[in-house]
Design a protein around this ligand. Structure first.
Ligand code: TXA
Ligand code: MG
Length: 357
């Protein structure tokens, strides 16, 4: 269905003014209970929420995002007890993770109960569940009936949204309400762990790292499709992995190696491209920024502050589009804890174009 601009999108601040926030969240709750959609902040990225137990709401989410309907949605809950209502059995390992990391940036996959419509799970008999720690998200879940399906609030294929302005850029005219809770705290989507088979498996790296999970669980696999390698013969467990993702309009290339080699390579590429009239930009660490001969250098953050890089990376990819950049070179950010998650998003945004020096 083509989208007109007939739907007016209201943006309401939820910054901690108790009365005003309560009113905004109350409005969100009414829209959700009537089967409508609301964008809400979470601690990871903004989500596009609808009632997870209504097939019609799930369909609206796919339509608003332009997302293929076989790519399942995460169900967000605000109380651990709610899990029993939607998940068939809860393995011991999952219990350990929930005790340690819920509420927080961790999604767990369980066998689903019949109450969860197949529209929400993209036809799968499993359900992804997450309990966010952001208080606005928690209150919105309560107000909306306790079970909200919420994918990242970007249009399908675009970088995830870390501010309400990003959501407005993608969703204005498509949804009635955006709750603006300011910039998110983490900036990378939740870590996803699958418990639907005997050995748990990491489907998407996030703020909670693989080594933290392994320490707690002992035995955990990394899904072979984790970085969405397009040529793989193995069907991805998280269907979202098979789709092109996070991609800016310009061609993104990642350059990995020592700082000297990387800056020298990128500087000579810039020189060549400038000669050809190509609009080129660099995504750099604070440590290397002064080494580039390029008018457009965006700082992702310091290599000694990986949380800063995680928080900035999606906004920078979006900025590349607003600056009409045609060619982008990014350093590799292989930092200790978040490097796996940051590089997962960057690699997919670059369609795996990586230059190893
Ligand atoms: O941090 C987050 O998780 C954010 C915020 C809004 O909570 N949400 C989010 O949702 O990132 P989304 O839809 O953009 O990504 C969900 C990923 C997709 O790759 C999807 O394929 C996978 O989770 N997924 C969902 N349900 C699944 C299931 N039952 N089995 C395997 N993968 C599943
Ligand atoms: Mg997403």
């Amino acid at each position: 269905m083509p989208w007109g601009n007939d739907l007016e999108t209201l943006i309401l601040p939820v910054f901690g003014d108790i009365e005003r926030d309560r009113e905004a969240i109350g409005k969100a709750g009414r829209i959700l209970k009537e089967g409508g959609l609301v964008a809400m902040p979470t601690e990871t990225v903004y989500g596009l929420a609808g009632d997870a137990l209504k097939a019609t709401s799930a369909r609206k989410i796919y339509e608003a995002k332009g997302r293929p309907s076989d790519n399942p949605l995460i169900v967000h809950i605000s109380k651990a007890e709610s899990l029993n209502y939607i998940a068939e059995d809860i393995p011991e390992g999952a219990r350990l993770l929930m005790e340690r990391y819920w509420p927080g940036p961790l999604t767990i996959i369980f066998k689903k109960k019949d109450i969860v419509p197949f529209e929400t799970t993209g036809g799968l008999d499993t359900v992804a569940v997450r309990m966010p720690s952001n208080p606005v998200a928690q209150e919105t879940i309560e107000a909306g009936g306790g079970f909200l399906a919420a994918p990242s609030a970007n249009k399908s294929g675009r970088p995830s949204c870390t501010t309400a302005a990003h959501v407005a850029a993608d969703m204005s005219g498509r949804i009635p309400l955006i709750l603006d809770g300011g910039p998110v705290g983490i900036g990378l989507e939740s870590t996803i762990v699958d418990f639907s088979e005997d050995v748990p498996s990491l489907l998407r790296p996030g703020y909670i790292s693989f080594s933290e999970l392994r320490e707690l669980l002992g035995n955990i696999n990394i899904d072979p499709n984790i970085n969405g390698a397009i040529s793989s013969d193995i069907a991805p467990k998280a269907p979202g992995m098979k789709y092109r993702h996070y991609a800016p309009k310009g061609e993104l290339k990642i350059v990995r190696g020592s700082a000297d080699c990387v800056t020298a390579y990128i500087n000579s590429a810039i020189l060549k491209e400038q000669g050809e009239g190509i609009r080129t930009a660099v995504i750099a660490s604070t440590e290397n920024v002064a080494l580039y001969d390029c008018p457009l250098v965006k700082i992702a953050g310091s290599l000694h502050n990986e949380e800063e890089i995680g928080k900035n990376i999606f906004a920078i990819l979006r900025e590349m589009d607003s600056l009409n950049v045609e060619s982008i070179y990014s350093e590799a950010f292989d930092t200790p804890k978040l490097g796996m998650a940051i590089m997962n998003r960057l690699l997919r945004a670059a369609a795996h174009k990586i230059i190893e020096l």
